[in-house]
Design a protein around this ligand. Structure first.
Ligand SMILES: *Cc1c(COP(=O)(O)O)cnc(C)c1O
Ligand code: SF4
Length: 334
């Protein structure tokens, strides 16, 4: 018999966040899965623990050990493989970290990292070895970051990234936006977040009101890898953002056994568009240590792109890119 998971949508996002699933056994129980159906590892949790909102688990298929959402978050033995070319800081981000909380690598755009935490831990994350302890932000650090942005008039866009910037409170976000809105050279605020997908309650009316208050353009770039992540609650969150005049884009990571086939990628683009989100980037995996089991060969990636080109309208085809440590932009591959 299938167990039902209690409905989450009446709970506040803060409640969802204090009630994450962190025990793999609880997760397997909820999904009616047996540990020997999986390549489970508990050892890898010491470095990068399980963090998983129940709202996201609700969208997984019970009894399916190959569920595409489960595979994104499942701690696996394969993470222990030492694969050549997979290193702990593949993007050499530490070099572009002029001060804690700021990443400035591309012209005109700067990453402000208001928090280093995420609501979900994606096993392929390139930040899994990032020195987060040195990047534990507080108001003093935010003030330094703001000063950095204020003193560089070549910047036109601030990208709130992280971690997940929507983990900070509305009050703190408002404080940051007040400061950014007072800088005449800043025209756009981009928010790189998984929160609308993993805890859609985060997109409250109060948050959306913030986005309409300033003479700034807001862009929310989501991170969605599979159409199954986009249920009606996520769509409702997207509708609220659209109503606040926020532009919605998506970036996906090309992940082996999760979305590396044409039907899945086509369904993803179609579903994104139905939710008002435009496909933006399809990233080749960053070669971070412990993620080689997600890696898709470049030739396969290119042939997938040919299929998307042939079968989708051009505006639904994401750009296949790779991020290279030395490059001042993402490298187009197709
Ligand atoms: C991806 C990224 C950006 C944004 O790049 P776009 O091509 O404008 O989306 C900016 N800075 C860094 C360090 C990035 O990795
Ligand atoms: S939400 Fe983004 S930053 Fe956070 S763990 Fe997942 S991929 Fe990494």
């Amino acid at each position: 018999m299938l167990k039902t998971i209690p409905l989450q949508h009446q709970r506040s996002w803060q409640d969802c966040l204090t009630d994450l699933v962190t025990d793999p056994m609880e997760l397997l129980n909820m999904l009616d899965l047996d540990p020997d159906q999986l390549d489970l590892s508990l050892d890898v949790l010491r470095e990068f623990p399980l963090r998983l909102p129940r709202t996201f688990i609700q969208r997984m298929q019970r009894g399916n050990p190959n569920d595409p959402l489960l595979l994104q978050v499942l701690p696996q033995q394969s993470e222990l493989l030492d694969s050549p070319g997979f290193v702990s800081d593949p993007l050499a981000e530490r070099e572009f970290n002029p001060m804690p909380g700021i990443l400035h690598k591309y012209a005109g755009r700067v990453l402000l990292l208001p928090t280093s935490s995420c609501a979900i831990h994606c096993r392929y994350c390139f930040r899994r070895h990032f020195p987060y302890a040195e990047n534990r932000p507080d108001k003093k650090q935010w003030l330094q970051s703001l000063q950095y942005i204020r003193s560089d008039p070549s910047l036109t866009e601030v990208i709130l990234s992280g971690g997940d910037p929507l983990l900070i409170s509305d009050k703190h976000l408002e404080w940051l936006l007040e400061h950014l809105a007072a800088m005449p050279h800043i025209k756009r605020i981009r928010i790189h977040t998984r929160m609308p997908v993993v805890i859609p309650q985060r997109i409250s009316q109060k948050l959306c009101d913030l986005f309409t208050r300033y003479p700034l353009r807001f862009i929310v770039v989501m991170h969605i890898n599979h159409a199954q992540e986009l249920d009606d609650e996520v769509k409702a969150a997207c509708d609220r953002l659209k109503e606040a005049n926020v532009d919605l884009l998506n970036q996906s990571v090309l992940l082996k056994n999760i979305n590396d086939d044409p039907r899945t990628l086509i369904a993803l683009s179609e579903r994104l568009f139905a939710c008002g989100i435009m496909p933006y980037y399809l990233h080749m995996l960053d070669k971070v240590k412990g993620s080689s089991h997600f890696d898709v060969d470049l030739q396969i990636a290119k042939s997938l792109m040919s299929r998307l080109r042939a079968e989708l309208p051009g505006y639904l085809v994401p750009r296949l890119v790779r991020e290279e440590a030395a490059s001042a932009n993402k490298t187009p591959l197709f």
